[in-house]
Design a protein around this ligand. Sequence first.
Ligand code: FAD
Length: 291
Amino acid sequence: MKITEFFDRNEKTFSFEFFPPKDEISAVDFGINVGQLLKLDPSFVSVTYGAGGSTQERTFALVDYLQNKIGLTTMAHYTCVNATHDKVISDIGHLKTIGIENLMLLRGDPPKGKADSFNKDSSFQHASDLIPLARSLHPFSIGAAAYPEKHPEAQTLKEDLEHLLLKYEAGADFLLTQLFFDNEAYYKYVTLARNKGINCRIIPGIIPITSYKQIQKFTAMTGAYVPTALADKIKTYADNPEKIYQTGLDFAIKQCIELLEWGAPGIHFYTLNKSRATIEIYETLPKSLKS
Ligand code: FAD
């Protein structure tokens, strides 16, 4: 099923993002966690591609499994950084053949420590170069990335929004945001996007903070602003994992409720292949905000 069908029916979407497990033990852990998450009956699930060094073949195998063996509406992430035209055509053709109807199309990043390997002559410099090609191959539902606190490479939010408009005009059906903790940034961003004529859904991406190390890693990676009160509380509990977990959970629940009350069209959960926090958040959300 295409994700846009939810939009046609005016339904909110609640979705889970996974990454392909790296080894056998992680695969068992993944199976247990995903089994729990599926009880929540997500609108769709998505699988990252090449992120954090995971292999690209595993993404294809996992989307095939989730779509065809488990029967979930599944979205494959796909990045074009340093890819050749032939590889892109072949990969997207493969995804189409295995019945994937939803693609999250991204530029991606060169491997860590190999920023120089970015091929400036490739015909794919940006996600906006990939979207029209995919669209010409099949009527996929297409998602693209949005950054309420701007992409780290962009000089200004204004400049980044110009580029977001290019992705929208190139054919993105919806946008999924980078993780953030400051709802005000999302509200302002959506308003600015609407003023630019970007009228598709901008679905907030939410990550529950579950450990001190994790928050340090993600804020360093994305530049996301952590509200001072939250950062202070987490620092105080640095040696108490269960307190940090509960603080992160309470924050994420409040964040999701406020986003949905504001009018967000659903929530995309960065699950990190874990189920506990996402289940607790989703089950706490009032029913009235889920439809
Ligand atoms: P782009 O849209 O190309 O933007 C990158 C930079 O270039 C921005 O600064 C932008 O302002 C600028 N820009 C964009 N278009 C143009 C243009 N036409 N001309 C000039 N400048 C332009 N990474 C992975 O490796 N695998 C994943 O599965 C993955 N999933 C993700 C899912 C989500 C929801 C998000 C938010 C990110 C994900 N990423 C993933 C990370 C992403 O690949 C990186 O953030 C990457 O640096 C940018 O990808 P993009 O598609 O946003 O790039």
